[in-house]
Ligand binder design. Sequence first.
Ligand code: SF4
Length: 243
Amino acid sequence: MKVFGVYGYKNSGKTAVVTSIIRELRRRGRSVAAVKHVSHPDFTVNAPGVDTDLFSKAGARSIGILSDEETTIIYKDKKKLLDMMPFFHSDYLILEGFRQALVPKIITARNSDELEQDFRREVFAISGLVANEISEYKGKKAVPIGKIERLVDIIEEKTFSKIPEIDCKGCGLSCEEMLYAIVEGERTIDDCMTLKQDVKIFIGDREVQLNAFVQRFIKNTITGMLSSLSEYKEDTITITIEK
Ligand code: SF4
């Protein structure tokens, strides 16, 4: 799943850009998930007085809603973005407003001043009103919403899987440095040793994320032990431990 963000100041056109991107990706047959960041402290998806609001006010810390068309779980605490990732399974995940997230981003801005003030190193494209005035800034293409096909072409080319954010340094960089290196074209996501996962462990049907060091340790230990067996050869090894 490729993950990228769209951020910008209030009224800079973020939501219009995100919805246009979703429509164009769907037109191309891609599946899309989207998450919005809300900074308003009193925000709740519960409308006052509805049953789930009453459950919440009575003290329930998580509340579920199931209908024939939708499923919702409301947790009454703040989760990290990374905690939400396992719930999304699509070709693309778009994050609206997650300024600090370690993902490549599109900035939306109304004018050049806003663009200059708010520009971040992980930006790979520019949109919003400012893209009607300029075609490029700091080497990144500016594409107005009216040319959404061009913007989505750039998205398809420049975005990649979520960097794990475990700073194992298996690639020789921190996760943040790796993000910048990929956006700047010096590395690719295939250089992340953790995502490469040549060692996989499943507990039940859930895959355990292993950093590069642990993968290397397990691989060297197991192949070292098995190499003395007469059946041993260089091939994929599968070990299953029954409960
Ligand atoms: S190998 Fe991957 S997880 Fe480890 S520091 Fe590099 S980018 Fe981060």
